[in-house]
Design a protein around this ligand. Structure first.
Ligand code: MG
Length: 266
């Protein structure tokens, strides 16, 4: 056998035995580059927040309105909106382009703690308008509340998330920022939406993931969900709620990560 053939065979054997995914060149990743560099991404986020801002007075004034399909009898409750945090309020594109694979929550936590947050375009103006209209703003994030080695805090993510939101010009506090694993919550955000709906009429949902709007969107279900969501299920959930997109629900683009990745054929 020629030496070149031997080398080729060795390469095939080594590649076949490896559990490592193929090397991914983030400098060529269209999703990352689009978020980082395109004017279109900026325009879409501004468009979403401008639409939400324009709709605020109508939803505040219509006491029969809720952005939670099964919320009723909420006419006398104070009014609130719910925003996700990552890629909805703060942009983590520079982390996405530079972190050492594989992803780990502690890596994002370290980066956000050490880096001044940058806003998603349009969010600061929207939240200012919401506050001016007397609307309470809640932030529901799946950043996990969990200890980190060497950090003397059971939930350091709570403080760093509040700080990140403050860094983009939005004042909030611990009562209005809700993390996964806090108070027994899990990654299923509908549990936290229902919790807020006990005390507030929720007029808007804003996020970058289907799970920021509807329950049970993941391949791996979290309680109270029990069934894996397929790609077809996820598409059907969009259609089932067609009347809410751009009308109480405002979704932002995120081609980098999210529950959608679990629906990609393997
Ligand atoms: Mg997000």
């Amino acid at each position: 056998m020629k030496i070149t053939n031997v080398l080729l065979l060795c390469c095939i054997v080594i590649a076949g035995c490896s559990n490592q995914p193929p090397a991914h060149d983030r400098q060529r990743d269209g999703g990352l580059l689009w978020v980082k560099h395109s004017a279109e991404y900026r325009a879409i986020t501004k468009q979403a927040y401008a639409s939400a801002t324009a709709a605020l007075p109508g939803f505040v004034g219509d006491t029969s309105w809720s952005a939670i399909p099964d919320q009723t009898d909420a006419a006398d409750l104070p009014v609130a909106v719910i925003l996700d945090v990552d890629e909805t309020v703060v942009s983590n594109i520079d982390f996405q382009m530079t972190f050492e694979q594989p992803f780990a929550n502690w890596k994002l936590e370290k980066w956000t703690s050490e880096t001044a947050a940058t806003p998603i375009h349009g969010v600061t103006e929207f939240v200012a308008a919401a506050h001016a209209a007397g609307v309470t703003v809640f932030f529901v994030t799946n950043r996990p509340c969990e200890p980190i080695d060497g950090v003397d805090d059971d939930c350091p993510q709570k403080r760093s998330t509040i700080d990140d939101i403050a860094e983009v010009g939005i004042v909030t506090d611990a009562d209005h920022v809700m993390l996964s694993e806090e108070q027994g919550w899990n990654r299923e955000k509908s549990v936290r939406r229902d919790y807020i709906a006990q005390t507030h009429r929720i007029i808007m949902l804003i996020g970058d993931d289907l799970g920021d709007f509807v329950p049970c969107v993941r391949r791996k279900p979290y309680a109270p969900c029990t069934v894996m969501a397929t790609a077809e299920d996820r598409q059907a959930l969009v259609e089932k709620n067609a009347h809410l997109w751009g009308n109480g629900w405002y979704i932002l683009p995120n081609p980098m990560h999210g529950s959608w990745t679990s629906a990609v054929p393997r």
